[in-house]
Design a protein around this ligand. Sequence first.
Ligand code: AMP
Ligand code: GLY
Length: 439
Amino acid sequence: MKVLLIGSGGRENAIAWKIVNSDSFKSSGSRLFVTLGNPGMKEYSESVDIAPDDFERLIDFAKEEKIELIVVGPEKPLALGITDEFEKKGFNVFGPRKNAAEIESSKIFAKKLMQKNNIPTAAFMEFSREKIDLAAEYLNSCSYPVVFKADGLASGKGVMIADNVTEGEEILKEFSSGSAFKESGNNFIAEEFLEGEEVSVFAVCDGTDFIVLPYSQDHKKISDGEKGKNTGGMGAVAPVRKFMTGELNEKIKTKVIIPVLDALKNEGRQYKGCLYCGLMIKDNEPYVIEFNCRFGDPETQAVLPLIESDFLELLNSAATNDLKNYKLEINDLNACCVVLASQGYPDSFETGRKISGTENVKDNCLLFHSATKNEYINDKEELFTAGGRVLSVVGISEKSIEDAVRTAYENADRISFENKYFRKDIGFRIVNKNGDSVN
Ligand code: AMP
Ligand code: GLY
């Protein structure tokens, strides 16, 4: 099969790796093309020098190469309608159309949809930059902490939490000046702070049926102990068994996934692709923190190694409305992804630092590139940092999640670049502090 993957980060590196390791891909004539690509996947894919939002050129390329499946990694092209454009030309696409991707591209749309359909989520208020005074008044009457979220896309960084009026005022300054989120923050919401355990749920959907992948847990804050600013995600563990009871599995389907897919369908926004449900679990009940219209990053890097059945077939079945004939098989592995970032992320950071030691990563560890680039120095190809989140180091273990965490950190230490930063406590909510398995 000829596949075109859109995107070039750590999530796409993991997707590319899993596609080429699928039995259905190994048949003759299969090729994987990736828009822009990255050094981590260049061994098993072909880089296409077309930007993910240049739909016209991408369609020409897909026609020329007779691409059979397009897999869209990031949210931006989905929000811009890449699926609609390709489908108009008869291509099969894994990823929702623009009107269904709005579940992520507008938090206000998502919150209203949940409210209308009784999907459990935090109570919220809607505000705008134009009428910032109303938000300022609200600061005096709301209870704290309170969570502010930009309506539009913000690479996972559009969420700010105020513990008191003074912090709330600082946040409103950012919204009113437009400095933080630009037009994504023209409208924003304030919502009730939810306490509990967070879990990321990927539901692969084909417009009719869906299949839930193993649960994972992300670590969104920049510092250990879930402190500091929100990031795109600093690390993830999978599977999450600790607080996920069978009863909770059912509730996630009946109270969240089925109602939201039905609600979207009733509005003519049939959902196809990965529906990411960011949930807070409290008293054995799920509450939606956010929906995303794609796989999560870095959760994907930890979840995909747990899939035993043919991954390319899963994506293709979803794209062609045939999930009912797909049987998901999961292995017994545990995975922990630690993100190595540039110092300063999620604010400003420097790039172009030389990376060394990637060749020392051991067999029980996967290394996915999030933002790196190759450059020739004295005729020798060297690897350099090229963004905020640089590498995803994924420890894999048959034994336990604790062992996967240990493996990830051992390998993270084998890689170096100047000002390398990573959280030291990935998995802290589910690992057993004694180092024994809680599975
Ligand atoms: P989001 O981009 O909406 O997933 O938010 C990023 C992170 O902010 C989440 O993963 C949570 O850790 C935190 N967060 C967002 N909304 C809430 C909320 N209502 N209550 C508590 N924490 C939240
Ligand atoms: N890791 C969170 C996200 O992908 O949005």
